[in-house]
Unconditional design. Structure first.
Length: 197
């Protein structure tokens, strides 16, 4: 019985070490595999550090990522998932919400020129609703967000006949145009929330 307990503890600690290794969450699957990348890194940090980085990237690719993929489904129900992203360069893409009233842009996330309803949408209790509507492929709370925005638009723009919420995603920090992920809206006279795309 003692051997079984010891083996179970060893497996759990090994999984915890593999899943929670700081710094490896940011490594891509194809990190340091091309000659150009290796030469670029060698120029920045020298051949010794590059050699260690190649070993770490290879171990991440061959050992850690397959284990992490298999255990990902177990982590979510037990709420034990964690990611280590210390001192990174930030997000590689950015999602934004745009609101159009009768075709005119009145709000865009993190845009000082289009800030209608910003205090409401950035409130700490509503911000997760906005973020999941923008980021998730099949958000569950988009209807409530459309109803809220439509109600406020009808109050602030009394002649409005259409409200559209557009979820976009763009690479960051590149200045490439954003791609539309989803479009929601409501139109007069019924003002029923609908998914348009």
């Amino acid at each position: 019985m003692q051997q079984m307990k010891a083996a179970a503890i060893l497996v759990v600690w090994s999984c915890m070490f593999i899943l929670g290794t700081p710094g490896l969450d940011e490594l891509r699957q194809d990190e340091l595999t091309t000659e150009a990348e290796i030469a670029r890194v060698t120029e920045m940090v020298g051949p010794t550090v590059t050699g260690m980085a190649i070993v770490v990237a290879d171990a991440n690719r061959r050992v850690r990522l397959p284990v992490e993929r298999r255990l990902r489904k177990v982590q979510r129900p037990f709420r034990i998932s964690q990611a280590w992203s210390l001192y990174t360069g930030g997000a590689s893409r950015v999602g934004r919400l745009e609101i159009h009233v009768d075709g005119e842009l009145v709000y865009r996330s993190v845009d000082d020129e289009h800030r209608w309803l910003r205090p409401v949408l950035r409130h700490r209790r509503l911000r997760p609703v906005v973020e999941t509507t923008v980021e998730q492929d099949h958000p569950k709370n988009w209807k409530g967000l459309v109803r809220l925005v439509t109600e406020r638009a009808r109050r602030d723009f009394p002649d409005a006949t259409d409200v559209t919420l557009t979820a976009t995603r763009a690479p960051y920090p590149d200045r490439k145009p954003a791609k539309v992920r989803a479009v929601y809206g409501a139109s007069a006279p019924e003002w029923i929330p609908e998914r348009r795309r």
